[in-house]
Design a protein around this ligand. Structure first.
Ligand code: SF4
Length: 572
């Protein structure tokens, strides 16, 4: 094979690269910072490194001004993200997280859009205890954030549970084997003794090296026809190919990612592109080599342009494919046909294999909390106490009570009814197809509300939906508090990105199957204008749509926005 010669980017290293370089493989002074007794915060440098340990410092922004007036430091608290490959947790693990959220967190759990658990509001003094208890329950937070491969997603797929089982094993293998190898996490949080001597980098981080990756890295596995993990939003998207009920391998897509920066057209959401097919036993080696390409050629000067999608677009997809095959020493097979028909969840009970049942629960905004009469958290706790299957977090912030035996189905159903836990069937299909990132009050990057505001906005949009007879029409709607894109706004048929308090950029035209991006339709608008625009568009959709036509496709056909099938055209 002819070796490609690629040029790594020149330029000064960004500050985060310096922090990584000086950190002694992610140790920094985190241990000392955690023991410092005066401030409930930690230094910026340590906070950067904390991400690799699955956590970072936030402050309660609702209290910021008041505390400033009182000359107090911000109300610092940590977010902890628990890595769960494929979003699977046992009932015992559920109970541990439930208890920790009460004991040390803000009393709630957030199901993230990447099938991880998030706990907010943990104080510095409680961090070590919390992480130890998480690890004691055979979970961890390693690499849940940071410039490394994150939690690997996979389709929770209650419809084809045999294939799900297999795909889950591959997701778990990828997630576990692509973890950083440094013992920093174990030393700082789990009191592991430091081994004397200084091993070389090949021993410490054979794949990542001392600087790790230029930016975060994401992998997800979808099982068609469901694209509920938004496979094209991943740095490496794997599409399971099933023939005769057998998993024969994966189509490989490279270079997706959702984040961008307002006002910087060199940044954009991008879709991963399919480059070929490989067999299941090849995916670990493939992922590892892709990661090393990003390690070697990603932008380490400018973090806004550091994601793998920009590396792919700068070098060219075919060049990256060639470099990958050179590194692998084998070539990918041609991509196999596949078809996605939705990227949302399917709710309620479905029967799996061997008499098992799965119940997909609608969880608005992914927030597990008891609010007023809706005792969601308590109900799930009671279910976890008797459940003998598992829980699966979906990529849409919902929850599957999975692998319920036929003997237990009645008992679980009774608890579901007793606590009014909902499959969302009495709600509008629009609400069931909604997603919102955490945003305010805890996210430091948030420019506007998302999770706390979307339900109220949906109340008003539902009136329009009802007026137009669209209550049962699934339209994906997603809101994020900033352009970082945690709720994958650019793949919602209706998307909002926070611009400033109460103001959003509004996007339209993504496809229902997650294969086309949206485009900006209106900039910096508030609720009144949002509702005015949607009133016109939804009424037109109800009257003018073709049979079976989705809203995202309609707005393209009607000329409301242009189709965006490549992120490089996102701003056109
Ligand atoms: Fe925070 Fe932005 Fe992510 Fe929302 S999208 S959680 S505001 S970083």
């Amino acid at each position: 094979m002819v070796k490609t010669i690629l040029k790594a980017l020149d330029g000064p290293l960004s500050d985060v690269e310096r922090i990584k370089q000086e950190s002694n493989y992610l140790r920094g002074t985190i241990a000392e910072s955690m023991e410092e007794p005066i401030s409930s915060g930690i230094s910026d440098d340590d906070n950067r490194l904390m991400k690799f340990h699955g956590s970072y410092l936030q402050d309660d922004r609702d209290l910021r001004n008041e505390r400033q007036k009182q000359k107090l430091e911000p109300a610092y608290q940590f977010m902890i993200r628990v890595r769960r490959p494929g979003g699977v947790a046992t009932p015992d693990q559920w109970l541990v997280l439930d208890e920790l959220s009460e004991k040390y967190g803000n009393g709630t759990l957030k199901l993230s859009t990447r099938q991880a658990f998030q706990m907010h509001g943990v104080l510095k003094w409680n961090m070590k205890k919390t992480l130890q208890e998480i690890n004691g329950a055979l979970m961890d937070t390693i690499a849940a954030c940071g410039d490394v491969n994150r939690n690997v997603m996979c389709n929770p797929n209650p419809y084809q549970s045999k294939i799900h089982g297999e795909v889950y094993e591959w997701a778990k293998l990828l997630s576990d084997r692509l973890l950083p190898r440094t013992r920093a996490y174990h030393e700082i949080w789990l009191d592991e003794q430091k081994i004397a001597g200084t091993p070389d980098v090949e021993e410490i981080e054979p794949m990542y090296g001392p600087l790790y990756l230029p930016r975060k890295f994401k992998i997800g596995i979808a099982v068609p026809p469901s694209n509920d993990i938004d496979v094209f939003s991943q740095d490496i998207g794997l599409i399971a190919i099933v023939e005769n009920d057998k998993l024969i391998g994966f189509n490989v897509a490279l270079g997706g990612g959702m984040g961008m920066t307002h006002g910087d057209k060199k940044t954009y959401p991008q879709l991963a592109k399919v480059i070929g097919f490989c067999t299941p036993d090849q995916i670990y080696e493939l992922a590892e080599k892709v990661i090393t390409i990003q390690r070697d050629y990603g932008n380490r000067s400018n973090r806004s342009n550091a994601r793998f999608k920009y590396t792919v677009d700068r070098l060219g997809l075919q060049t990256v494919k060639k470099e990958l095959e050179d590194r692998l020493g084998w070539s990918l097979q041609g991509a196999k046909p596949f078809h996605f028909d939705h990227n949302g969840d399917r709710y309620g009970w479905v029967e799996g294999v061997e008499g098992s049942w799965h119940f997909t629960l609608f969880v608005e905004g992914g927030r597990i909390a008891d609010v007023g009469d809706y005792q969601l958290k308590t109900g799930l706790r009671e279910i976890a106490k008797i459940h003998t299957g598992d829980f699966r977090l979906t990529g849409n912030q919902n929850l599957v009570i999975a692998n319920v035996s036929s003997e237990q189905k009645n008992e679980i159903s009774k608890l579901i009814d007793q606590y009014g836990l909902t499959d969302g069937k009495h709600l509008s299909a629009l609400r069931r197809s909604s997603m919102a990132c955490v945003s305010l009050p805890t996210c430091g990057l948030a420019m506007a509300e998302a999770e706390r505001y979307l339900p109220a906005l949906l109340d008003k949009i539902e009136t329009i939906v009802d007026e137009n007879g669209l209550r049962d029409d699934e339209i994906t709607i997603r809101m994020t508090g900033c352009p970082n894109g945690c709720a994958r706004h650019a793949l919602g048929e209706i998307g909002f990105i926070g611009k400033s308090p109460g103001k959003y950029n509004m996007y339209l035209g993504a496809s229902f199957d997650g294969s086309r991006l949206s485009k900006m339709y209106r900039e910096n608008i508030g609720e009144e204008e949002i509702l005015k625009e949607l009133r016109v568009l939804l009424s037109r959709y109800a009257k003018e749509r073709e049979l079976g036509e989705h809203f995202g496709d309609f707005v393209i056909r009607a000329g409301v926005v242009k189709a965006t099938i490549d992120g490089t055209n996102f701003h056109e």
